[in-house]
Design a protein around this ligand. Sequence first.
Ligand code: KIV
Length: 282
Amino acid sequence: MSRITVKDFREMKGRRKIAMLTAYDASTARLLDSVGADSLLVGDSLGMVVLGYDSTVPVTMEQMLHHAGAVSRGTARALVIGDMPFGSYQVSPEQAVANGIRFLKEAGCAAVKLEGGEEVCAAVRALVRAGVPVMGHIGLTPQTASQLGGFKVQGKDMAAARKLLADAKALAAAGVFGIVLEAVPASLAAIITRAVAVPTIGIGAGPHCDGQVIVTNDMLGLFDKFVPSFVKQYVNLAPEMKKAAQAYISEVAAGAFPGPEHSFASTEDFSALLDEPPPACP
Ligand code: KIV
């Protein structure tokens, strides 16, 4: 089983659909990798679904590297992409390169993702020139969601759609190997997908993209603060987890867990230890 490279990923366009999921820890990464995920994104959604923040804005480089390293160690085949957190690439192309390199060197990622269109193209060019493969992300960009009026569908009118198409073309020209399209009308995602030579990866962007990405905790029913309308919940694990935890709590209270099958036995009779005098204090 060989690792999917950035080149393999790019060449999937027009051949087959790309399936990408988010992951934040090694155990989950191992499971998703073993069933054929093409790419695992260590998204800064980490901040909301794992770290308990209300947005992705507070997420730091150190937090991203910590979790991205775990995902890389749990992955044998999928392309691992680290999400550059807010404030790690906007200051200057030099800052973007320094932080992008950390994802490859310290966390074992194959590539990074960053949010934005034409305004981040200088950073994208610098990263690609430095040998850091970059995935773009346009449409609803959670790091700047408040500027966009909240978590809302983007590109709904002609002017906004024209701007998103221009952003996609600019990112492709700057050297990205793929572009996430988040929360845009399906018909616009189809146009953007036709207009760029690199794969488009949709999330709330309809069926015409070259691939799809989903937040794993959402599709497993593990994040119940809110569920975006474009999420398909393939299983609802939260009630199962609660049921299992309740059973454990009751069994501990009743002394039913652990039973003999979950305990270690010894042929030694330790009861004599009770009669031994305490050791003298030194
Ligand atoms: O942070 C994230 O998980 C993402 C995906 C939703 C694309 O950016």
